[in-house]
Design a protein around this ligand. Structure first.
Ligand SMILES: [Zn+2]
Length: 302
C-alpha cells in the first residue's frame, strides 16, 4: 500500500513554480501546505509502522526434487521478492544447501545446518543407520555447519545411542539441533546433553500450548519454530494463547516455511504473508523479533 499512499498527496503537493524557480504561495496556501506536511508526516509514520516485516526462515529445505525445478538463483530471487533476508538451510542431501551458499547473495544470510539424510527413507531410520553415520562424519569435516537437522525422531527412539552421540557432539561443538519431535523425544534428547541448544521444529506441531509453556520454562535452551502450527490463527487473527507465549518469550520463537515437498515452494510468499498478518497482532518490536531478529541473533548475524 505504501507507493499509492504517497503518490496522490505528493502530486497535489507541487505548487506552480514562480519565475525564480521557487513555489509562490499565499498565506492561506501556506497553512494548507503545513497541514498537508503534517498529514504526510503522520501517514509516513503509519506507512513505516506497516512496512513489511523482514523474515528469517528458520525451516527450509532445498531438497533434490526441488533442485530439478528451481535453480539456486531462482530460490534467491524468490527470497528477495518475499523479503526473506536470512535462512536456516537444511537440505537432502546437503548439496542443496551448498548450492545456495555458492550464490553468495550479499543481502541474504544463509545459515547451513547438516541434515543427516542422503535420501528420503533415511528420515525413518537415520539414528540407527551406519551409512548415515558415515555420511554425517564426512559432512562434519566441511566445518561449515552451525547445527544438525532437521531430523525426525519420536518417543523412545530418541534414546538410540546415535541420537545421544549427536546430542553430545552438538553440545561439545556449540552446534544447534533442529528436531522434528514430540515433547517426549525432546526431553530425552535434552537428557543426553543438558543445555544443548535446540530448535524445536513446528514447536511440536500439535503439542498443547500449556505443555509448550512448561517446556519453555523448564528448558531455556529451546527455541520454537512455528511452521505447520495450524493453531496460530484463531478467528482470522493471532490466537490469544500464542500471543501470550510470544509476549512471555519474545526471544524464543522463529518462523519457517518448511519447503519439505516441492509444491510447498509455491507457497513461500503466502506463508510469509500469513506470518506477517499473524504477527501484526503483536507490538512491532516483538513481531520483528519473531519474524526476523531472533533468527539473526541466535547465529550472531546482527
Ligand atoms: Zn522440515
Amino acid at each position: 500500500m505504501h507507493a499509492h499512499v504517497f503518490a496522490s498527496p505528493e502530486s497535489s503537493f507541487r505548487a506552480t513554480p514562480a519565475p525564480n524557480g521557487r513555489p509562490r504561495l499565499s498565506p492561506g496556501r501556506w497553512l494548507a501546505r503545513i497541514g498537508r506536511v503534517l498529514c504526510l508526516a503522520g501517514m509516513g509514520a503509519i506507512a513505516q509502522a506497516e512496512e513489511r516485516l523482514p523474515i528469517f526462515d528458520a525451516h527450509m529445505h532445498y531438497n533434490v526434487e526441488a533442485r530439478s525445478l528451481l535453480s539456486p538463483k531462482q530460490v534467491v530471487e524468490l527470497w528477495r521478492k518475499t523479503g526473506i533476508r536470512g535462512v536456516l538451510a537444511t537440505s537432502r542431501p546437503n548439496d542443496g544447501t551448498l548450492d545456495l551458499m555458492a550464490q553468495k547473495a550479499p543481502d541474504i544470510q544463509i545459515v547451513p545446518f547438516l541434515r543427516p539424510y542422503r535420501v528420503q527413507p533415511d528420515r525413518h531410520d537415520w539414528f540407527s543407520s551406519s551409512g548415515v553415520a558415515e555420511y554425517v562424519e564426512k559432512e562434519l569435516q566441511r566445518g561449515i555447519y552451525r547445527g544438525i537437522g532437521e531430523f525426525h525422531i519420536f518417543g523412545k527412539d530418541a534414546d538410540a545411542p546415535y541420537m545421544a552421540k549427536i546430542a553430545r557432539l552438538a553440545k561439545e561443538r556449540g552446534l544447534w539441533l533442529h528436531a522434528h519431535s514430540d515433547e517426549d523425544a525432546v526431553e530425552r534428547i535434552l537428557r543426553h546433553a543438558p543445555g544443548v541448544k535446540l530448535i524445536w521444529a513446528h514447536t511440536g506441531m500439535s503439542t498443547p500450548l500449556d505443555k509448550v509453556e512448561q517446556m519453555f520454562e523448564q528448558y531455556p535452551n529451546i527455541v520454537g519454530e512455528l511452521s505447520y502450527r495450524g493453531d496460530l490463527e484463531q478467528d482470522g487473527t493471532l490466537n490469544p494463547r500464542w500471543k501470550q507465549l510470544f509476549m512471555k518469550y519474545p526471544n524464543r520463537f522463529v518462523v519457517g516455511t518448511d519447503t519439505w515437498v516441492t509444491p510447498r515452494w509455491g507457497e513461500v510468499e503466502n506463508l510469509a504473508a500469513f506470518y506477517r498478518r499473524m504477527l501484526s497482532a503483536l507490538p512491532r518490536d516483538v513481531a520483528e523479533r519473531v519474524a526476523y531478529r531472533n533468527g539473526m541473533e541466535i547465529f550472531g548475524l546482527q
